[in-house]
Design a protein around this ligand. Structure first.
Ligand SMILES: *Cc1c(COP(=O)(O)O)cnc(C)c1O
Length: 456
């Protein structure tokens, strides 16, 4: 081993003095920058140990800067979602409306009456008002709010299914996103899975004949993220509710997305609404706050008082409780629905309602701002997706700005992601496509700038 090469490796302190690296301390803090530099020096040591020559100091500094870029990309930042997927789980699901953000800001920036009854000057109940709003909106007897819908299902099964059987159709033993599988949740909660029917056909009789003295509940899980068509049958919710009722069981409906408005008005298929589930007689129904409802991450449970009330006494309820920011956002989201203004003020609903012509006009204006030969730009018909475990396979007609970049589409898409703001676009054939349905109109200019920077 060549000791003279080792002696050439600059020290961490010396690298930290280099102006380009020192300039990053303001944004990233000294410990993070120093750690990245230390890692880079370790890498260089390993290279020299392997017999390589020590790179020039400038080269080592460049390695450290690349390491710093990597760190910086891990910090949360806003993303322009040009993918056209409205509820994009990886990109944070539902964006929140202006008044919702204002409410969170007011509540989060100081103290609030989270668990305090102002009139009485003593302890109150977290989530109490939000529960009442949910009752008013859905027609259910009672409601409870937890951290997310997976938590809601876990809580319900832990309360009612411990050591007892849960009847579920084989067509509904589903996996939602990464790592959430109905059979696993059931097992964790201490329940016993009792599968009935087949993937595509499950009759009321299949459910009925599975019921025995150890059955606790019938669980129905919405097909949120896949679609089966053709020769399919499952009994109507009303019949499942009646069967459960007759046998002294609970009918629990995991709605997944939790629409409060009928998605048919957007030209989409009918997603079961929360009101549908309540009307059908579900003893408990649960859904996410940040899917079609368009609010913050939350798990919402509605149903009959005698079954919702014990959930609020379960130790898991405390473990899964939502924080003040979630409840502030949920409250304002629900108030918009109650005032009949949700469709003008909830970004998810606005995006679903956006007309293709409006999107085309915006795409045309965007196209005029892009610094590229016109023959590399085109406006093409495309499809936006609802996403986020809502209406699988259903799309909305849209128009896309399709850019044929001078570099490879993958390379261009990467530059867009690494820009500020980060842009997530879609690659179709040899073009990178931008769907303005999922971009707030006020940010069209930012998107143009980001595309131009990535082209430069
Ligand atoms: C999305 C979804 C869940 C999980 O909800 P989270 O709020 O993400 O925890 C559970 N069940 C169904 C059917 C879903 O669509």
């Amino acid at each position: 081993m060549d000791q003279s090469e080792f002696r050439k490796i600059p020290g961490v302190d010396r690298l930290l003095e280099s102006p380009e690296i020192a300039a990053r301390i303001g944004g990233l803090s000294h410990p993070i920058v120093a750690e990245a530099v230390r890692r880079t020096v370790e890498k260089v040591r390993a290279m020299v140990r392997n017999g390589d020559k020590c790179p020039a100091v400038g080269e080592i500094a460049a390695m450290a800067l690349a390491e710093l870029d990597e760190r910086e990309n891990l910090f949360m930042r806003d993303v322009l979602n040009a993918s056209g997927v409205v509820i994009h789980t990886n990109l944070g699901r539902a964006p929140l409306g202006t008044e919702v953000i204002e409410k969170m800001s007011r509540i989060g920036g100081g103290y609030c009456n989270l668990e305090y009854n102002i009139a009485l000057g003593k302890r109150g109940f977290r989530g109490g008002l939000q529960e009442q709003l949910l009752v008013s909106l859905t027609g259910a007897e009672d409601a409870a709010v937890v951290n997310n819908n997976a938590g809601a299902i876990f809580l319900i099964l832990s309360q009612f299914a411990k050591g007892r059987e849960v009847v579920i159709s084989r067509g509904e033993l589903i996996q939602i996103g990464g790592g959430f599988r109905i059979p696993d949740i059931l097992e964790q909660s201490g329940g016993i899975l009792r599968e009935v029917g087949t993937t595509n056909q499950t009759s009321l009789d299949d459910y009925a004949s599975a019921i025995n003295e150890n059955t606790a509940l019938i669980l129905k899980a919405h097909h949120s993220n896949f679609h089966i068509g053709g020769f399919v049958y499952s009994p109507p919710d009303r019949e499942l509710a009646a069967l459960a009722e007759k046998n002294g069981l609970l009918f629990v409906y995991d709605l997944g997305s939790g629409a409060l408005v009928d998605t048919e008005r957007y030209g989409l298929a009918h997603e079961p609404t929360v009101q549908d589930a309540v009307r059908a007689g579900a003893h408990l129904a649960c859904f996410s706050g940040d899917k079609l409802l368009g609010g913050p991450q939350a798990g919402i449970i509605v149903g009959k008082k005698e079954f919702v009330a014990p959930l609020k006494k379960h130790p898991l309820f405390r473990a899964l409780r939502p924080d003040k920011l979630c409840l502030a956002a949920l409250e304002q989201t629900l108030v918009h629905y109650l005032k009949g203004e949700a469709e003008e003020k909830t970004p998810v609903l606005l995006m679903l309602a956006m007309k293709p012509d409006e999107i085309r006009h915006r795409a045309e204006s965007l196209s005029e701002k892009i610094n590229l030969e016109p023959d590399r730009l085109s406006i093409v018909q495309g499809e936006s997706a609802v996403g986020g475990g809502s209406l699988p396979g259903q799309t909305l007609p849209t128009f896309l700005l399709a850019v044929r970049p001078p570099v490879s589409p993958d390379k261009f898409a990467e530059k867009l992601r690494l820009g500020a703001p980060a842009v997530v676009a879609r690659i179709i054939d040899d073009t990178v496509c931008f769907d303005l349905r999922t971009i707030p109109e006020a940010r069209d200019g930012d998107l143009a700038d980001a595309i131009n920077s990535a082209l430069a």
